[in-house]
Design a protein. Structure first.
Ligand SMILES: [Zn+2]
Ligand SMILES: [Zn+2]
Length: 65
């Protein structure tokens, strides 16, 4: 049968293109909890990941010094 390979190409759509940004994984400098940019919000000011304890780079005094 001809045309079998064409069907394979059509079904080759992956769902992983849903994430626009790459997922960043880090840990909170305050409570040392592992956090990532997928499940936690990113701060608009410092672009850092805001931990569930409320800490981001904005509240890190040593950042940038
Ligand atoms: Zn934290
Ligand atoms: Zn911030």
């Amino acid at each position: 049968m001809k045309g079998g390979k064409l069907m394979l190409i059509q079904s080759d759509k992956n769902n992983e293109t849903e994430s626009k940004k790459p997922i960043r994984i880090t840990h909170c400098f305050n409570c040392k909890k592992n956090i990532n940019s997928q499940q936690w919000d990113e701060c608009d000011s410092c672009k850092g990941i805001v931990c569930s304890c409320g800490s981001c780079f904005c509240s890190w005094e040593n950042y940038g010094s």
